[in-house]
Design a protein around this ligand. Sequence first.
Ligand code: UDP
Ligand code: MG
Length: 320
Amino acid sequence: MHTSIRNQCLSIVVPCFNEGDGLNAFFSRLESVLTDLGKYDYEIVCIDDGSRDDTLEVLCRHAERNPHIIVLELSRNFGKEAALTAGIDAARGDAVILLDADLQHPPELIVEMVRKWESGSDVVLARRKSRETDHPLKQFFTQWFYQLHNWISECTIPRDVGDFRLMDKRVVEALKHLPERRRFMKGLFAWVGFRQSVVEFVVEPRKSGKSSFTVRRLWALALEGITSFSTVPLSVWIYIGFSVAMLALIYGCWIIIKTLAFGIDVPNYVSLLAAVLFLGGIQLMGIGVLGEYIGRIYSESKQRPVYIIRQRYGGKKQDS
Ligand code: UDP
Ligand code: MG
């Protein structure tokens, strides 16, 4: 139970990439929610993830106006997962809330999340009621991805739950101790576990700007998710290889029997070619999967930092 509420602090972590146009509306909505919440101290940790518009200037203007706002400028665009990691590392609150800057995550929901946290949940997940704002193809592939991921992975990612969530300090501490450099946050959140509860919300359409998750980025994220939490794609080749070898053996026996019974047939080069190409394709796929995992080992072994902070702005006076 979280009883002594007096000096508790909420950290709101906001990754921002080219969000300049929407930030004024974002801060006014968020700050009014936090002021209404009243009894908690708060900090808003904004990460400028190498934006190419005026995001940083707008953030700094707000940080000058409100000392609760801290701005971390990353040295380039590291991606949302890295930006979230930077924010979580910098957050000092007793609870950390991850929030998108595009107002697709309604800040008003924070009130309900905090209530659940007060009544003993370590993690409060925000689940989207529907995916109507997504393209039907994206809906289809997202569904497919979750199904596959949860089927072959050691931990289950809850459906329709994104990064929008509240985490208690101890969950944050646990997350900080996970050493991997390639960070698939949804998987890491699921892996650490803790007592979870759920609140529901409706995703609003983006207020300004456009989504930076292109098909290519989503594909990379899906691959990252699967290779981070499962080795099934590696071991499945034993079974594929065994099945193909068995089929080849049966086919070979059949050819021998046929030749003995009916004599020699006219050789069929097309089926030979098809079999060679098919097997070649299967082998290349196997090598590709191996390559994917070796690539991960390679990038983990370099031990590069997940993000680099160019400068920190705002916050309480002593930080700046
Ligand atoms: N974002 C980020 N770095 C990136 C891409 C996105 O920090 O490289 C932030 C972005 O500013 C937003 C959040 O991540 O606050 C979600 O991004 P977006 O709205 O583009 O994704 P979607 O809502 O379409 O999943
Ligand atoms: Mg969005």
